[in-house]
Design a protein around this ligand. Structure first.
Ligand SMILES: *Cc1c(COP(=O)(O)O)cnc(C)c1O
Length: 382
């Protein structure tokens, strides 16, 4: 199936008609258990935590879309990250990019650290720092590119090269880009993670996560974690994500177009003190974005000076909704310091450069002129 182009894959990978009825949509198999055909024999499924026919279809599609060996669907993005780090054991060293999703930092610093796994944060836009931080017990490098919310890129191919020279695996949270715009495995990464809550589902009506592995060992390991720890995606959620995937390439086109138009508009606005969007030629890593990504996405962050300016701006918006999350059809604006990064200490936030004056925008698929007009009137409120 991989000989097909992306939009075709999105509609058809894992989504072939039901062999029993010819239904062109993947049936929703709401069954916890499956009749066995004898002792120790079955029709491919025995219990839905271990495997479910609807989930199988989604997992197949995810593997195809990311160019991986196997896909694994979890109950949330965080459950997927927890499943990835379940590969580690006491004494292992996990090297994490400096400004990853706030929930990831919470998981690592409040839970994973309790298992005696050493966690170290490094600015991965500086490759020399990555190389220097690798120790004999380093097992996994975990990163996001672009990062949240500063939109700092990491050269995935370069990090993978350094990591592999030391026998270390690389996991990439690809949520911000979607599988349409960046494929970390093709760039050399070993494992891809997605919060399907975002672009894959795309309609802000579900929570889910995924891991895509690149080897038979990953498949075996992630299947075990699914079965043993049990944080698997429900069949209904799988159905929603499968439906979302069909229109993902089309949605991403509009998200992207809006991202570029809004960034261009904000780039000359006198009240926007700083704008972080890799699509701008002035972004310090624009060249890397062109090389590594198939587009610039629809996420950006900007500096409005103070928390009070942000409050006025958010209150004045009419189309953009003041809400966390991203990747849905509706445009969202959020104050990073008090939402996604609220549990990160003020000192750590400062080290990451996430200020009280920072606003993150997720462009939806509305008309770009309406979005720009909304931003214009909201920026006039302070
Ligand atoms: C939302 C998000 C997550 C967490 O996913 P959930 O589905 O909310 O558990 C992880 N990483 C990134 C980049 C995200 O945006």
């Amino acid at each position: 199936m991989s000989e097909y182009k992306y939009s075709t894959l999105a509609v058809h990978a894992g989504q072939h008609p039901d062999p029993l009825t010819g239904a062109i949509n993947v049936p929703l198999y709401l069954s916890s258990t499956f009749e066995l055909t004898g002792i120790g024999t079955d029709r491919g499924w025995d219990y839905s935590r271990a495997g479910n026919p609807t989930r199988d279809r989604l997992e197949f599609a995810l593997a195809k879309l990311e160019g991986g060996y196997s896909g694994h669907a979890f109950t949330s993005g965080m459950a997927a990250i927890a499943a990835m780090v379940a590969m580690l054991k006491t004494g292992d060293h996990l090297l994490c990019a400096l400004d990853v999703y706030g929930g990831t930092v919470r998981l690592f610093n409040e839970i994973i650290v309790l298992y005696g796994i050493e966690i170290e944060y490094v600015d991965m836009s500086d490759l020399a720092l990555v190389e220097k931080a690798i120790r004999p017990n380093t097992k996994l490098i975990y990163l996001e590119s672009p990062s949240n919310p500063r939109m700092v890129l990491t050269d995935i191919a370069a990090v993978a090269k350094i990591a592999h020279a030391h026998g270390v695996e690389v996991g990439v949270d690809n949520t911000f880009m979607s599988p349409c715009l960046q494929n970390p495995i093709a760039l050399g990464a070993d494992i891809v993670m997605h919060s399907t809550t975002k672009y894959l589902n795309g309609h802000s009506d579900g929570i889910g996560g995924a891991l895509i592995g690149s080897t038979p060992e990953h498949k075996e390991r992630f299947l075990l974690v699914q079965k043993a720890a049990g944080g698997v995606m429900s069949p209904f959620e799988c159905f929603l994500v499968l439906r979302g995937i069909k229109t993902m390439p089309l949605r991403i086109k509009q998200h992207e177009e809006n991202g570029r138009a809004v960034a261009e508009y904000l780039s000359t606005h006198p009240k926007v003190q700083k704008l972080n969007y890799p699509g701008l030629k002035t972004h310090p890593q624009h060249e890397l974005a062109v090389r590594q990504q198939k587009g610039f996405g629809s996420m950006l962050s900007m500096e409005l000076g103070t928390r009070d300016n942000c409050a006025k701006f958010l209150a004045a918006l009419k189309i953009f909704l003041n809400a966390e999350s991203l990747g849905g059809v509706e445009s969202l604006a959020s104050h990073s310091a008090t939402t996604t990064h609220a549990t990160v200490s003020a000192a750590d936030r400062e080290a990451m450069g996430i200020t009280e004056g920072m606003i993150r925008l997720s462009m939806g698929i509305e008309d770009k002129e309406d979005l720009i007009a909304d931003l214009e009137q909201a920026l006039a409120s302070f």
